[in-house]
Design a protein around this ligand. Structure first.
Ligand SMILES: Nc1ncnc2c1ncn2[C@@H]1O[C@H](COP(=O)(O)OP(=O)(O)OP(=O)(O)O)[C@@H](O)[C@H]1O
Length: 275
Protein backbone atom coordinates (compact mmCIF):
# COMPACT_ATOMS: atom_id res chain seq x y z
CA UNK A 1 0.00 0.00 0.00
CA UNK A 2 1.18 3.52 -0.78
CA UNK A 3 1.06 6.05 2.04
CA UNK A 4 1.17 9.76 1.36
CA UNK A 5 1.12 12.61 3.86
CA UNK A 6 1.17 16.16 2.55
CA UNK A 7 1.49 19.01 5.03
CA UNK A 8 -0.12 16.91 7.76
CA UNK A 9 -0.47 18.27 11.28
CA UNK A 10 -2.03 16.29 14.13
CA UNK A 11 -2.50 16.33 17.87
CA UNK A 12 -1.24 13.57 20.15
CA UNK A 13 -3.83 10.74 20.36
CA UNK A 14 -4.44 11.48 24.07
CA UNK A 15 -4.52 15.27 23.67
CA UNK A 16 -7.64 17.35 24.19
CA UNK A 17 -9.10 19.12 21.19
CA UNK A 18 -7.64 22.58 20.92
CA UNK A 19 -4.20 21.60 22.25
CA UNK A 20 -1.07 22.21 20.17
CA UNK A 21 -0.19 19.89 17.28
CA UNK A 22 2.40 17.19 18.09
CA UNK A 23 3.04 16.67 14.36
CA UNK A 24 3.47 19.75 12.19
CA UNK A 25 3.35 20.18 8.43
CA UNK A 26 4.63 16.68 7.83
CA UNK A 27 5.10 15.43 4.25
CA UNK A 28 6.08 11.82 3.69
CA UNK A 29 5.61 9.33 0.84
CA UNK A 30 6.00 5.58 1.21
CA UNK A 31 5.87 3.32 -1.84
CA UNK A 32 4.11 -0.03 -1.67
CA UNK A 33 6.33 -2.60 0.01
CA UNK A 34 8.78 -0.05 1.41
CA UNK A 35 10.23 -0.37 4.94
CA UNK A 36 10.92 2.89 6.77
CA UNK A 37 12.04 3.55 10.35
CA UNK A 38 11.14 6.72 12.24
CA UNK A 39 13.63 7.83 14.88
CA UNK A 40 13.81 10.86 17.12
CA UNK A 41 13.95 11.83 20.78
CA UNK A 42 11.16 11.22 23.24
CA UNK A 43 8.20 13.47 22.51
CA UNK A 44 9.26 14.00 18.88
CA UNK A 45 5.83 12.92 17.61
CA UNK A 46 6.57 9.35 16.46
CA UNK A 47 3.46 7.88 18.10
CA UNK A 48 1.34 10.71 16.75
CA UNK A 49 2.68 10.09 13.23
CA UNK A 50 1.93 6.35 13.39
CA UNK A 51 -1.56 6.82 14.83
CA UNK A 52 -2.30 9.38 12.13
CA UNK A 53 -1.10 7.03 9.39
CA UNK A 54 -3.21 4.25 10.95
CA UNK A 55 -6.38 6.39 10.65
CA UNK A 56 -6.74 6.26 14.44
CA UNK A 57 -6.40 10.02 14.45
CA UNK A 58 -7.70 12.58 11.97
CA UNK A 59 -5.16 15.18 10.81
CA UNK A 60 -5.93 18.71 11.97
CA UNK A 61 -4.43 19.97 8.69
CA UNK A 62 -3.03 18.56 5.46
CA UNK A 63 -3.92 15.55 3.36
CA UNK A 64 -3.40 11.85 3.98
CA UNK A 65 -3.84 9.35 1.14
CA UNK A 66 -3.70 5.55 1.04
CA UNK A 67 -3.20 4.22 -2.47
CA UNK A 68 -4.29 7.63 -3.72
CA UNK A 69 -7.55 7.64 -1.74
CA UNK A 70 -8.34 10.19 0.99
CA UNK A 71 -9.87 7.98 3.71
CA UNK A 72 -11.12 10.91 5.81
CA UNK A 73 -13.23 12.08 2.86
CA UNK A 74 -15.05 8.73 2.71
CA UNK A 75 -18.23 7.64 4.41
CA UNK A 76 -17.95 6.14 7.88
CA UNK A 77 -18.35 2.60 6.54
CA UNK A 78 -15.76 3.12 3.81
CA UNK A 79 -13.34 4.66 6.33
CA UNK A 80 -13.78 1.59 8.52
CA UNK A 81 -13.02 -0.67 5.55
CA UNK A 82 -9.82 1.31 4.92
CA UNK A 83 -8.86 0.76 8.58
CA UNK A 84 -9.29 -2.94 7.99
CA UNK A 85 -6.40 -2.75 5.47
CA UNK A 86 -4.04 -1.37 8.12
CA UNK A 87 -2.39 -2.89 11.14
CA UNK A 88 -1.30 -0.70 14.06
CA UNK A 89 0.84 -2.21 16.80
CA UNK A 90 0.79 0.32 19.66
CA UNK A 91 3.68 0.43 22.15
CA UNK A 92 1.52 -1.31 24.75
CA UNK A 93 -0.84 -3.69 22.92
CA UNK A 94 -4.37 -3.40 24.36
CA UNK A 95 -4.77 -7.07 25.30
CA UNK A 96 -7.63 -7.98 27.66
CA UNK A 97 -5.89 -9.51 30.71
CA UNK A 98 -7.95 -12.70 31.02
CA UNK A 99 -7.84 -13.46 27.32
CA UNK A 100 -5.90 -16.46 26.01
CA UNK A 101 -2.91 -15.71 23.81
CA UNK A 102 -4.49 -17.62 20.92
CA UNK A 103 -7.58 -15.41 21.04
CA UNK A 104 -5.45 -12.27 21.26
CA UNK A 105 -3.42 -13.28 18.20
CA UNK A 106 -6.44 -14.38 16.17
CA UNK A 107 -7.96 -10.93 16.82
CA UNK A 108 -5.68 -9.85 13.97
CA UNK A 109 -8.18 -11.59 11.69
CA UNK A 110 -11.23 -9.65 12.92
CA UNK A 111 -11.37 -7.21 9.98
CA UNK A 112 -11.93 -10.10 7.56
CA UNK A 113 -14.33 -12.13 9.70
CA UNK A 114 -18.09 -11.94 9.95
CA UNK A 115 -19.61 -11.14 13.35
CA UNK A 116 -20.71 -14.76 13.73
CA UNK A 117 -17.24 -16.08 13.01
CA UNK A 118 -15.61 -13.54 15.35
CA UNK A 119 -17.91 -14.59 18.20
CA UNK A 120 -17.43 -18.29 17.49
CA UNK A 121 -13.66 -17.85 17.57
CA UNK A 122 -13.87 -16.43 21.10
CA UNK A 123 -15.02 -19.84 22.35
CA UNK A 124 -13.73 -22.21 19.67
CA UNK A 125 -10.61 -20.64 18.17
CA UNK A 126 -10.41 -21.24 14.45
CA UNK A 127 -7.12 -21.51 12.59
CA UNK A 128 -5.08 -22.60 15.58
CA UNK A 129 -2.26 -23.59 13.21
CA UNK A 130 -1.92 -20.05 11.85
CA UNK A 131 -1.85 -18.58 15.37
CA UNK A 132 0.76 -21.12 16.41
CA UNK A 133 2.91 -20.35 13.36
CA UNK A 134 2.71 -16.59 13.98
CA UNK A 135 3.68 -17.01 17.63
CA UNK A 136 6.52 -19.33 16.67
CA UNK A 137 8.03 -16.53 14.55
CA UNK A 138 8.32 -14.56 17.81
CA UNK A 139 9.48 -17.52 19.96
CA UNK A 140 6.13 -17.75 21.73
CA UNK A 141 4.71 -21.00 20.36
CA UNK A 142 4.63 -22.51 23.87
CA UNK A 143 2.37 -19.66 25.09
CA UNK A 144 -0.51 -20.45 22.70
CA UNK A 145 -3.04 -21.26 25.44
CA UNK A 146 -1.53 -19.09 28.19
CA UNK A 147 -3.53 -16.23 29.67
CA UNK A 148 -2.34 -12.80 28.59
CA UNK A 149 -2.04 -11.52 32.18
CA UNK A 150 0.44 -14.33 32.93
CA UNK A 151 2.89 -13.07 30.32
CA UNK A 152 5.82 -10.71 30.87
CA UNK A 153 5.74 -7.24 29.31
CA UNK A 154 8.10 -8.39 26.56
CA UNK A 155 5.96 -11.45 25.81
CA UNK A 156 2.84 -9.30 25.60
CA UNK A 157 4.64 -6.97 23.24
CA UNK A 158 5.58 -9.91 21.00
CA UNK A 159 1.99 -11.22 21.06
CA UNK A 160 0.97 -7.79 19.76
CA UNK A 161 3.48 -8.14 16.93
CA UNK A 162 2.45 -11.72 16.10
CA UNK A 163 -1.04 -10.36 15.43
CA UNK A 164 0.35 -8.54 12.40
CA UNK A 165 1.09 -11.87 10.72
CA UNK A 166 -2.61 -12.75 10.81
CA UNK A 167 -3.98 -9.36 9.89
CA UNK A 168 -5.31 -8.86 6.33
CA UNK A 169 -3.31 -5.62 6.14
CA UNK A 170 -1.02 -4.17 3.50
CA UNK A 171 0.38 -1.42 5.74
CA UNK A 172 1.93 -2.19 9.13
CA UNK A 173 2.44 0.68 11.57
CA UNK A 174 4.54 -0.46 14.47
CA UNK A 175 5.21 1.87 17.40
CA UNK A 176 8.43 1.10 19.25
CA UNK A 177 8.14 -2.68 19.13
CA UNK A 178 11.30 -3.32 21.15
CA UNK A 179 10.94 -1.29 24.36
CA UNK A 180 10.33 -4.31 26.63
CA UNK A 181 12.64 -6.76 24.85
CA UNK A 182 16.20 -7.79 25.65
CA UNK A 183 18.76 -7.16 22.84
CA UNK A 184 18.62 -10.68 21.39
CA UNK A 185 14.83 -10.84 21.29
CA UNK A 186 14.66 -7.27 20.01
CA UNK A 187 16.93 -8.12 17.06
CA UNK A 188 14.93 -11.28 16.28
CA UNK A 189 11.61 -9.46 16.52
CA UNK A 190 12.64 -6.66 14.20
CA UNK A 191 14.20 -9.11 11.71
CA UNK A 192 10.94 -11.09 11.71
CA UNK A 193 8.86 -7.97 11.10
CA UNK A 194 11.09 -6.70 8.30
CA UNK A 195 11.40 -10.13 6.64
CA UNK A 196 7.69 -10.91 6.86
CA UNK A 197 6.71 -7.49 5.55
CA UNK A 198 9.09 -7.91 2.59
CA UNK A 199 7.86 -11.45 1.86
CA UNK A 200 4.23 -10.25 1.82
CA UNK A 201 4.84 -6.98 -0.03
CA UNK A 202 3.51 -5.12 3.01
CA UNK A 203 4.55 -1.51 3.59
CA UNK A 204 6.18 -1.11 7.00
CA UNK A 205 6.54 2.10 9.01
CA UNK A 206 8.09 1.53 12.44
CA UNK A 207 9.20 3.92 15.15
CA UNK A 208 12.30 2.82 16.99
CA UNK A 209 14.10 4.17 20.01
CA UNK A 210 17.07 1.97 19.22
CA UNK A 211 18.90 3.97 16.58
CA UNK A 212 21.53 1.36 15.72
CA UNK A 213 18.79 -1.21 15.15
CA UNK A 214 16.95 1.20 12.86
CA UNK A 215 20.06 2.00 10.81
CA UNK A 216 21.08 -1.63 10.44
CA UNK A 217 17.63 -3.04 9.57
CA UNK A 218 15.87 -0.34 7.55
CA UNK A 219 16.99 1.09 4.20
CA UNK A 220 15.31 4.45 4.81
CA UNK A 221 15.22 6.56 7.96
CA UNK A 222 12.98 9.47 8.87
CA UNK A 223 14.29 11.72 11.66
CA UNK A 224 11.56 13.47 13.63
CA UNK A 225 12.10 16.19 16.22
CA UNK A 226 9.55 18.43 17.94
CA UNK A 227 6.87 17.28 15.50
CA UNK A 228 8.87 18.18 12.39
CA UNK A 229 10.65 15.90 9.90
CA UNK A 230 14.31 16.90 10.18
CA UNK A 231 15.57 14.43 7.56
CA UNK A 232 14.34 11.60 5.34
CA UNK A 233 17.38 9.71 4.07
CA UNK A 234 18.83 6.35 3.08
CA UNK A 235 20.26 4.74 6.24
CA UNK A 236 23.81 5.03 4.88
CA UNK A 237 23.47 8.84 4.77
CA UNK A 238 22.40 9.21 8.39
CA UNK A 239 25.72 10.43 9.74
CA UNK A 240 26.75 10.77 13.40
CA UNK A 241 26.55 14.52 12.89
CA UNK A 242 22.89 14.35 11.80
CA UNK A 243 22.08 12.08 14.72
CA UNK A 244 23.79 14.46 17.14
CA UNK A 245 21.60 17.31 15.86
CA UNK A 246 18.44 15.18 15.96
CA UNK A 247 19.10 14.11 19.55
CA UNK A 248 20.56 17.41 20.80
CA UNK A 249 19.75 17.70 24.54
CA UNK A 250 18.56 14.04 24.46
CA UNK A 251 21.97 12.40 23.94
CA UNK A 252 21.21 9.68 26.49
CA UNK A 253 18.50 8.35 24.14
CA UNK A 254 20.88 7.82 21.24
CA UNK A 255 21.98 4.39 22.41
CA UNK A 256 18.39 3.24 22.90
CA UNK A 257 16.61 2.28 26.10
CA UNK A 258 18.22 -0.09 28.56
CA UNK A 259 17.01 -3.62 27.83
CA UNK A 260 14.20 -4.84 30.11
CA UNK A 261 14.49 -1.60 32.12
CA UNK A 262 12.26 0.51 29.93
CA UNK A 263 8.64 0.36 31.16
CA UNK A 264 5.93 0.05 28.57
CA UNK A 265 4.28 3.35 27.81
CA UNK A 266 0.72 3.60 29.13
CA UNK A 267 -1.79 2.70 26.43
CA UNK A 268 -3.26 5.55 24.44
CA UNK A 269 -6.71 5.28 22.87
CA UNK A 270 -6.58 3.36 19.61
CA UNK A 271 -9.31 2.94 17.02
CA UNK A 272 -9.60 -0.85 17.05
CA UNK A 273 -11.25 -3.18 14.61
CA UNK A 274 -14.05 -4.23 16.94
CA UNK A 275 -17.37 -5.69 16.02
N1 LIG B 1 -1.39 12.86 26.89
C1 LIG B 1 -1.01 13.90 26.15
N2 LIG B 1 -1.81 14.96 26.01
C2 LIG B 1 -1.45 16.00 25.26
N3 LIG B 1 -0.28 16.07 24.58
C3 LIG B 1 0.56 15.05 24.68
C4 LIG B 1 0.24 13.91 25.46
N4 LIG B 1 1.26 13.05 25.37
C5 LIG B 1 2.16 13.63 24.56
N5 LIG B 1 1.74 14.81 24.13
C6 LIG B 1 2.43 15.76 23.23
O1 LIG B 1 2.67 15.11 22.01
C7 LIG B 1 4.05 15.21 21.68
C8 LIG B 1 4.42 14.01 20.84
O2 LIG B 1 4.24 12.83 21.61
P1 LIG B 1 4.47 11.41 20.93
O3 LIG B 1 4.07 10.39 21.96
O4 LIG B 1 3.79 11.37 19.62
O5 LIG B 1 6.03 11.41 20.72
P2 LIG B 1 7.02 10.16 20.61
O6 LIG B 1 8.11 10.58 19.72
O7 LIG B 1 6.25 8.93 20.22
O8 LIG B 1 7.53 10.02 22.10
P3 LIG B 1 8.13 8.69 22.83
O9 LIG B 1 9.36 8.32 22.06
O10 LIG B 1 8.42 9.18 24.21
O11 LIG B 1 7.06 7.64 22.78
C9 LIG B 1 4.76 15.37 23.01
O12 LIG B 1 5.95 16.07 22.90
C10 LIG B 1 3.76 16.16 23.82
O13 LIG B 1 3.94 17.54 23.54
Amino acid sequence: MQLSLEGVSARHPAARSGSAAALRDCSLQLAAGEAVAVIGPSGAGKTTLLHTAALALAPSAGTLRLDGVEPWALSRGALQRQRGRLFLAPQAPPLPPRQRVITAVLAGRLPQWSLARSLRSLFYPVDIAAAHAALARFDLADKLFERVDRLSGGERQRVGLARALLAPASLWLVDEPLSALDPTRAARAIDTLVDEAAARGVTLLASLHHVEMALSRFPRIVGLRAGVIEFDLPAAEVTPDRLARLYAHHEDELSGPAPEAAPLAPPVPVAMQCR
